[in-house]
Design a protein around this ligand. Structure first.
Ligand code: SF4
Ligand code: SF4
Length: 139
């Protein structure tokens, strides 16, 4: 569930409000959005992925923790850990530049299997098209 927005990092860009599928936030002009409907959060983490400031912390729990150590979480970089792991950077998805952890992990798995990394079966047209678009930095 959404735990907090670090107001001191937030630039009021409104991206989290825009991408939240559950309408958890309320936009506030010139300030951090309000977490108005935390109970509707489904922990999808879209808000934390898209936040360019790494200001949002979403925990993998179905309730908010009253004893949360906010400063420790920020100091440990846990607001961006999920995004880092998926290869996102400052609110942007991976650009196929092969520097993300997702790619490195795929490479490691492929090496174990003895496959060429990421090259889909040509009969799988959807995966092939996605692979091609990603290789050309289109997605
Ligand atoms: S985790 Fe998903 S549902 Fe929860 S506040 Fe963020 S975007 Fe909304
Ligand atoms: S996406 Fe991040 S920086 Fe933008 S309004 Fe939301 S918390 Fe603030």
């Amino acid at each position: 569930m959404i735990e907090f927005i670090a107001e001191e990092r937030c630039t009021s860009c409104g991206k989290c409000v825009e991408v939240c599928p559950q309408d958890v936030f309320d936009l506030v002009a010139g300030a951090a959005p309000l977490i108005s409907r935390a109970e509707d959060c489904t922990t999808c983490r879209q808000c934390s992925l898209y936040c360019p400031q790494g200001a949002i912390y979403v925990a993998l729990l179905t309730y908010r923790r009253p004893d949360l150590d906010r400063e420790k979480i920020l100091a440990e970089g846990r607001t961006t850990r999920y995004a880092d792991w998926l290869g996102w950077s400052r609110g942007q998805p991976p650009r196929g530049d092969r520097s993300g952890l997702e790619y490195q992990y795929g490479l490691m798995l492929a090496e174990k299997r003895g496959n060429a990394y990421n090259v889909p079966d040509p009969s799988d047209r959807v995966r092939s098209q996605l692979f091609d678009a990603r290789e050309r930095n289109l997605i």
